[in-house]
Design a binder for this molecule. Sequence first.
Ligand code: ATP
Length: 314
Amino acid sequence: MTLTPVAPLPEHEVRVRAPGKINLSLRVGPRDEDGYHPLSTVFQAVGVFEEVVATPSETFELTVSGPQAEVVPTDDGNLALQAARLLAERVGIDTGVHLHVVKDVPVAGGMAGGSADAAAALVACDALWRTGLSRDDLLDLAASLGSDVPFSLTGHTAVGSGRGHLLTPALTRGEFHWAFAVQHRGLSTPAVYRAFDELHGHDTPAEPDAEADVPLMQALRAGDARALGAALHNDLQTAALELDPGLAEPLAVAEDAGALGVIVSGSGPTVAALARSRQHALVLAAAFTASGVADRVLTAAGPVAGARVVSATD
Ligand code: ATP
């Protein structure tokens, strides 16, 4: 199929919102010959959002605002710029784009903020350039940008396999309420996987055990927050705690404040605590704040939709 992108009007602006995620379960297999770990994970998109505003430009440029904006790369190392360039190459666009990222998802926090920006940039540039690509084409581009980017596009709750990029939607009922203890110090995802290899190199099963998540999937289908709390699981948590022992504190604070379950999110260091209700999420957040165990505290409900256009002007 030959695509004929339409040149955008100069004043055109597309605004897209994409959510952060948590891993309700993260099961990790042994490192393969390419250095990747096979995963079985259950993602949930939560209501902490990145916003990406795309406007036409001669060149590819990126600006960032919001908490921790100063630590986000604005050069080609930024996943959102990589996404825009990849899409332009794919459809034969020969101008650039200006992307402004309003960050709210913690940076290097295990909530896939960079992946959310990449997904948002794909959706924004797709709308700006009117590429005519299908959803599946965008998902393929997303997977080539990073393992978490396809989920940032689709959102809601999904089981991820392979490197986390092969997605199957999960049935859920109702909303779940979360409180997050955010650390500004960040944790490097590759460093956490290296620590995981050192801890478990010899005893990791050949394939991550997806069957072990049957109770979690039942809890999601039933909308049973108590059962979900008991079923939360993260194979990377011990490795994250070894690199950052201070994470034991927010885990303990949430348990003492009656969280139904508490877990390090993905590769950390954000700690996610499951609440009984929206009000209880505020109680958990207040406990994080009062005990001084977080640099920033957030509450959010999930699941929410993936990257979506929120406004576009011609
Ligand atoms: P994941 O949960 O997928 O492991 P994360 O949430 O832990 O990711 P990110 O915030 O996505 O981590 O970013 C990790 C690193 O990637 C940052 O330290 C930063 O150097 C780089 N990076 C590239 N693009 C972005 C972006 N758009 N926003 C934030 N960081 C980015």
